[in-house]
Design a protein around this ligand. Structure first.
Ligand code: SF4
Length: 229
């Protein structure tokens, strides 16, 4: 897919999937905790873990989580999976945010993108994807976070020669205007959930199939044969 096709495709997807900003009513720290919880699990299980954690501590703040025990956090976030790995990370992150930045993640996010990204990456359990989600969703930094849906779809569109996170992110950022990165990130995820699924993508219903490399390679011939037959 070339740049023009990508821009055409993204305009179509943006129109089809209105932006659903899941982070709209959350604090930056809640977004960070939610993103750590979302690692290796489904959205539904992450949400359940977050809700249960909120019930257990009252409000998800650095001071409350730093004061909680690993065991208590693990019990609360059980539905999000890997609770015994995630709980100590979340507690350690809370302690660091408290000690280093006075509990104000907002201050970290007010820095230029590269510096804010470095600060987030210094936290335990925070890799490039988690850092980029927090930057984009909590403070509208012009990053393009890459999750499993986006990585799969970028490969299907032939956007990145390799499957590494940074290669895909840079490919998407190169062609996406900074002001559109968050909206297009969310639109591709929605497309991955609804139509462009990992197994058996629903190409026959897909509005962007004329520009899709994967469709041209794998399905277009089949369709023409079926029509003739
Ligand atoms: S045509 Fe198929 S593979 Fe291509 S984006 Fe649409 S659903 Fe995904």
């Amino acid at each position: 897919m070339d740049r023009r096709a990508f821009l055409r495709t993204m305009r179509r997807l943006e129109a089809r999937y209105p932006t659903e900003d899941w982070a709209r009513d959350m604090t930056p720290f809640e977004i960070l905790v939610s993103t750590i919880l979302s690692q290796s699990t489904t959205v539904a299980n992450e949400r359940r873990g977050l809700d249960d954690l909120r019930m257990a501590v009252g409000r998800i703040t650095p001071d409350r989580l730093a004061a909680a025990s690993d065991a208590m956090i693990a019990r609360a976030i059980w539905h999000a999976g890997l609770a015994h790995q995630k709980a100590p990370r979340i507690r350690a992150v809370a302690q660091i945010v408290l000690d280093r930045w006075g509990g104000r993640l907002e201050d970290v996010l007010s820095h230029p993108t590269d510096r804010a990204r470095m600060d987030l990456l210094s936290l335990p359990g925070v890799g490039p994807k988690t850092a980029d989600v927090v930057l984009a969703m909590a403070a509208d930094h012009p990053t393009f976070p890459v999750d499993t849906h986006i990585a799969r779809i970028a490969r299907r569109w032939g956007l990145a020669p390799r499957a590494e996170y940074e290669t895909i992110r840079k490919a998407l950022e190169r062609w996406t205007p900074p002001a559109k990165r968050k909206a297009w990130h969310l639109a591709i995820i929605a497309h991955g959930r609804v139509l462009c699924k990992a197994r058996d993508p629903r190409c026959e219903m897909c509005p962007v199939r004329p520009d899709c490399d994967w469709y041209r390679r794998n399905r277009k011939g089949e369709r023409a044969r079926a029509t003739k037959g």
